[in-house]
Design a protein around this ligand. Structure first.
Ligand code: GLC
Length: 745
């Protein structure tokens, strides 16, 4: 059974078609209605539309601001009755009756919580990402939210960075596919329909390159790298009709995004022709003062407006300064008018002028069975089996010892950015295993109370209890607070005394299955040796427990693949598969413990690797085991030579050589071994997730155009250079086989 095929170009085309059709879906008179309204607005009312406030509750100050037209959108109000009350003030009691937009960070579910986005990416199944976003839009819009600040498509190559949890990993192609799926899920084919939300592609741009993986830190991104790695998911989002963008906190080469006219005007509006609404991040306009880029908030307001930031989230920079900045000519009124047009256009697209209120008859509709089922399926497909000596799936087990700080963590299982999550709705692994095996057959002792717990006093009792079981299931990882915004870590090993606890459990002499639930890659070198199997799951959300029980028991077969490299140790970071070859590639390494005493200076070979870590990650991008095995044939090409405007097809036969039906992800990688700039050793250019029965073979076919091999040179030009290219089709970026060569002439 073919699950789905990602032909990148057709994906973009399809997204553009459906989204483009909605830009003026409210009838082509939208622009005329905008102009008509704009012509009636005072300068104060125009500036009011550019002001976004975080609001909770119906109180006089907010009512006065809304009635006075001093605010255009609110974030964080999720009570539909309050939404309607404030909306009534705007629609019925303000001078021009312009409706408000209500926004919220609905990042991976509203009430039904899906895996964190990087976990959704581990499914390599965009149809699940789209389904989850559609569920989130249905739930959130039933509470009055019509604008979500998602998807985040920041490329993350540094596992220390806490916000990689919110994105789709290290690869531009995979991130683009998943980001577009989320936009489709949120926006549907017509934003004016109920159950939809405006998407917000963020954080524009380069936020994941924060130096040292320390959040909010400076970035230095040469233009070729910016255009080849960090911009593509955003460009795709703009082309696919994402309704809004959000700029980022970081500076790019010294210029904060909130004042970066190159990015916001030249690229986003000029090159890409995008006509959506660009919102700042929280106070990011005001933060240009701290950056040392603006003298004061008034200067920051001028920089933000002239650079193209339409809406000021919570800096009060626009509301306090823009009127006088226009009056003294610092900011042209034409700039303000364009900003207001972008805001009004979104309100028309959302249908708010015609249907501004939440239908209370269908308000607060959450946790539908189909939504919970989608969340479980997504969590199941996000599970990545990292090691397994055959202990999984569990078989012939009667007594199970369940332990660890994440076995019954109703809050932390949901991960970061789930403000509206209700922890009592979470089904934990402990609960699901008791349901599956019978409570009498599950012995539970946490051993550690939470992921950072250093109290080892319960270890002995736990180890003693474990001896009565047939298998030990350890659930560890990170609490939710250890990833996400402002939560970077300099040490990405298991926190607290978890590794010491695993050593103690090993001594119980029972098979030890380690389940790691976290918001980022975790370094697991010792745990890999201690465990009979390691199953990794990025924070899986509401249904993580049933998903894990199904995978551990074999009711579901793991098929997740890593969307980000897992380093052996943090000193290897930044670690990513699409690295450069260097002039000293490593073919053999002498590791630190193998170096003879008084070894000569050049005795370890003088190539590029770490003496104490080697070169490779512990687990590479695209990697994940199954309960079966797969064999990949030699890829066959429709041509071995194509023109710079040509394309070829790549076919490869995949066979399930094991004994259970399972999915695998065939991944297409290419390399340009000689070019005017040193190119990565490989880059993902396509993938197909397929399900095969035991013994079944299927031929996957990709179309690869010469244009897919383009890169940007030092002049910022996008070029396709003739020459030889290497190509692999495999089920991880490790690509152990010899590549196939073809020529672009
Ligand atoms: C935060 C985040 C951003 C979020 C916004 C509103 O600081 O950086 O991703 O959407 O503020 O909560």
């Amino acid at each position: 059974m073919k699950l789905y095929k990602i032909a990148y170009k057709s994906l973009i085309a399809a997204a553009m078609m459906c989204a483009a059709g909605t830009v003026h879906a409210a009838g082509d008179d939208t622009e005329a209605r905008i102009e008509n309204l704009l012509s009636q607005m005072t300068l104060q009312e125009k500036v009011g539309q550019l002001n976004q406030l975080s609001g909770y509750g119906y109180h006089q100050a907010m009512v006065d601001a809304v009635r006075g037209g001093a605010v255009g959108s609110l974030l964080n109000e999720v009570n539909p009755e309050v939404v309607n009350a404030l909306q009534r003030e705007a629609v019925e009691n303000s001078r021009l009756h312009i409706p408000l937009i209500f926004a919220r960070d609905v990042i991976h579910g509203f009430k039904t919580i899906f895996p964190i986005p990087v976990g959704q990416s581990a499914t390599w199944n965009p149809s699940l990402v789209e389904e989850g976003s559609r569920v989130a839009a249905a739930e959130a819009s039933s509470a009055g939210v019509r604008w979500t600040f998602s998807p985040m498509v920041d490329i993350a190559r540094d596992a220390r960075w806490g916000r990689l949890a919110e994105g789709y990993g290290e690869d531009p192609y995979l991130t683009t596919v998943m980001g577009l799926a989320a936009v489709r899920g949120y926006q549907g084919d017509d934003l004016s329909k109920p159950g939809t939300m405006a998407a917000c592609v963020k954080h524009f741009c380069g936020y994941g390159a924060s130096e040292g993986g320390r959040d909010y830190n400076t970035t230095w991104i040469p233009e070729p790298l910016l255009r080849d790695v960090y911009l593509p998911p955003f460009k795709a989002g703009a082309e696919a009709g994402a309704a809004t963008f959000m700029c980022s906190f970081n500076d790019i080469n010294g210029v904060p995004s909130s004042g970066n006219a190159f990015l916001l005007r030249d690229v986003l509006r000029g090159e890409w022709g995008w006509d959506g609404l660009l919102v700042s991040d929280w106070n990011s306009i005001g933060e240009m003062v701290a950056h040392g880029y603006a003298a004061d908030k008034r200067h920051a307001a001028a920089l933000g407006a002239n650079a193209g930031v339409d809406v000021d989230m919570e800096a009060h920079a626009y509301s306090d300064n823009l009127v006088s900045l226009v009056e003294n000519g610092t900011v042209p009124v034409s700039v303000i008018d364009d900003m207001v047009r972008n805001v009004l256009r979104l309100k028309f697209r959302l249908g708010l002028f015609d249907n501004p209120y939440v239908d209370m008859a269908t308000a607060n509709r959450f946790y539908e069975p189909a939504s919970l089922d989608a969340a479980r399926r997504t969590a199941e497909e996000s599970a990545v089996l990292l090691t397994n000596n055959g202990v999984l799936p569990l078989k012939n087990v009667k007594k199970i010892f369940v332990t660890g700080p994440m076995a019954d963590a109703k809050h932390d299982q949901n991960g970061t950015w789930c403000f509206d999550m209700e922890k009592d709705r979470t089904v934990t692994p402990l609960e699901a295993l008791r349901e599956m095996y019978g409570a009498d057959n599950v012995i539970y002792m946490p051993g550690l109370a939470y992921s950072r717990d250093r109290d080892t006093s319960h270890f002995d009792d736990a180890v003693a209890a474990a001896k009565a079981a047939d298998v030990i299931l350890y659930f560890g990882g990170e609490e939710a607070v250890l990833s996400g915004e402002a939560h970077s870590r300099a040490d990405i090993s298991l926190p607290g005394a978890q590794t010491a606890y695993l050593r103690a459990l090993k001594a119980a002499g029972r098979p030890l299955v380690t389940v790691v639930i976290a918001g980022r890659p975790i370094t697991l070198p010792e745990e890999k040796e201690l465990s009979d199997a390691i199953l990794f799951m990025f924070h899986p959300g509401t249904m993580g427990g049933p998903a894990l029980a199904n995978v551990l028991s074999g009711k579901a077969v793991p098929g997740g693949k890593l969307p980000i490299s897992f380093p052996r140790m943090v000193g290897q970071v930044p670690m990513y598969y699409a690295h450069k070859n260097t002039g000293r590639p490593t073919f053999e390494m002498t590791l630190i413990d193998d170096i003879p005493l008084e070894a000569g200076q050049t005795s370890t070979g003088c190539t590029s690797y770490w003496l104490d870590a080697g070169l490779d990650p512990l687990f590479p991008f695209g990697y994940g085991l199954s309960y079966t095995t797969f064999e990949y044939g030699v890829p066959e090409l429709s041509a071995t030579e194509i023109g710079t405007d040509g394309s070829l097809t790549v076919s490869c036969t995949v066979t399930n050589t094991g004994s259970v039906t399972a999915t695998d992800v065939a991944q297409l990688y290419v390399r340009d071994p000689v070019a005017s700039l040193a190119r990565p050793v490989k880059e993902l250019k396509g993938f197909e997730k397929l399900s095969l029965a035991p013994g079944e073979s299927r031929t996957v076919t990709f179309t690869l155009a010469a244009d897919d091999l383009a890169f940007h040179n030092l002049r910022g030009e996008r070029v396709v250079e003739p020459g030889d290219f290497h190509l692999w089709v495999d089920n991880s970026s490790a690509c152990t086989k010899q590549p196939i060569t073809f020529k672009v002439k």
